[in-house]
Write a protein that binds this ligand. Sequence first.
Ligand SMILES: Cc1cc2nc3c(=O)[nH]c(=O)nc-3n(C[C@H](O)[C@H](O)[C@H](O)COP(=O)(O)O)c2cc1C
Length: 430
Amino acid sequence: MTADRHLVIGLSLTATWRKGTRPPDAADKEASQGSAIDFNIRLARMAEKAKLDFVFKPDFSGGGAPKGGAGSGGASAVGLDPMLMLTAVARETAHIGVVTTASTTFNPPYAVARQIQSLNWISNGRAGWNIVTSIEGAENFSDDPMPTPDVRYRRAAEFTEVVRRLWNSHPPAALAGKAQLSPIDHKGEFFAVKGPLGIAGHPAGRIPLFQAGASDIGRDFAATVADAIFGAIPDLAAGIELRSDLRRRAQVKGRAPGDIRVLPGLYFFIADTREEARELHHLGHAHLGRRQRLDSVKSFLGLDVSGLTEDSRVTRDMLPDPDRPVRSRTHADLLRRYITLNEPTVAELLMRPEVVGSAHWVSVGTVDDVIRDIVEWREAGAIDGFIALPGGSWRSMQLFFDELMPRLSDMSLFRKEYEGATLGEHLRIS
Ligand SMILES: Cc1cc2nc3c(=O)[nH]c(=O)nc-3n(C[C@H](O)[C@H](O)[C@H](O)COP(=O)(O)O)c2cc1C
């Protein structure tokens, strides 16, 4: 369990709270002005005032974001490159971590190693890397089709190894002439990289690694390298399963179970009353009609339930062959698991977070209700913290920062002040 540690909390800088059909307010207008960088800096400062561990930017530069997903941001989001956006954020903040996303499928490792180490210097030791293998986007890089998941994860493992070796190839002490630069002379299945890296390591030490993708190979990869996992966790049982499995796998790889922090996206809809919160949640998903929800089930799972009535049950024997290729194994496995355990009606299935929003944990209610959910999940051993995906409205975001976060601190579940200066120190990574 995690009783000796504070929750780890990050904020996703995507416009999740602007999704849906509610009427726009002043904050919506501000968020859609120009490149929206000023607005994102304002959000990062709010997060820093609440002493959050980090701000975080997912990235789907290779293609669109997952359909209707909570991580995908509002339709009118400009979609700045995360590395550049977080560079600007780093210059306007002083304590909060800046976690950027870079795909191992579409980039060369030398370029990623250099960019992230640069972000680390620009932020003075606050950078983190979210490692993704990506679901789509191959058409933007060559005529080759998307590599299979196996190939993508083999490439991710080699890519990450090269990046880490490049970071070590140019130690900070070399700046004072007290250490040598050394080439890495890497030749592997996917990459040939001589090194050393042209930029020195930052004295803050190791750059924290995040990972997203929780299929069997994805989990093994995370257990080998990740300090934290950005998890798609739609319900408590899925969280307990994922966290205990990752802790077990980390031990098999010779690490301590607590070395890997499980951080689901928490898609919250907070309001002053439960009724208002429910209405916000409803409006947040009302733009997704029946047809889109059915398409989503079909694209994630390969299962067509369009011929069934709303109250027909979807049963486990209807599930297609588990080895059939799917867009995301993580999302397919979550839906399979839900159907196998619950045999839901079509209406129930079409309400699920896996169908309407990237499979993230959804919490709807007053500040008290959402705190109750967070405490329950933590006590059950399902989470080490979360990545906040604000939903619903600007008011929901304000209630999160002005009321919920101070309450978590008062309950000793979260820090009151920053004790360290770097992301590694915030996450207690040695
Ligand atoms: C919660 C979550 C967030 C993700 N975020 C991104 C992202 O920002 N950019 C991206 O290209 N892929 C993202 N992915 C896709 C994963 O990197 C991975 O390619 C995908 O989940 C397939 O791997 P799997 O078979 O292990 O699920 C995300 C996946 C999950 C589960």
